[in-house]
Design a protein around this ligand. Structure first.
Ligand code: FES
Length: 107
């Protein structure tokens, strides 16, 4: 069971053990992380589930598809090379100690 580390804008870190196969946006919502708004519920239509993946770990996930890449143009906080829509990410076995940074704002 991978352990994920969520870094809040305050600098505080929350660590969770999560199941492989879980959707990252759903993990955030299930644990009440208000930094992830996810207005569209995971349909890649709102860009309010934006997160930054630790730059050393971005390769743990497939590259954004065209839809995600287009939606990342609409994130409220700065888009970086490590920006992803959390609704498009599925936790895999390699994700142990994954660091996920929340942006300052989603709207
Ligand atoms: S929840 Fe809307 S784009 Fe991810």
């Amino acid at each position: 069971m991978p352990t994920l580390h969520f870094i809040h804008p305050s600098g505080q870190t929350t660590s969770l053990d999560v199941d492989v196969g879980k959707n990252l946006m759903n993990i955030c919502r299930d644990h009440g992380f208000t930094e992830v708004v996810a207005e569209c519920g995971g349909s890649a239509l709102c860009a309010t589930c934006h997160v930054y993946i630790d730059e050393a770990q971005v390769d743990l996930f497939a590259l954004p598809n065209e839809v995600e890449n287009q939606m990342l143009e609409f994130v409220a906080s700065e888009r970086r090379p490590t920006s992803r829509l959390s609704c498009q990410l599925t936790i895999n076995e390699q994700c142990n100690n994954l660091k996920v940074y929340f942006p300052l704002q989603q709207i």
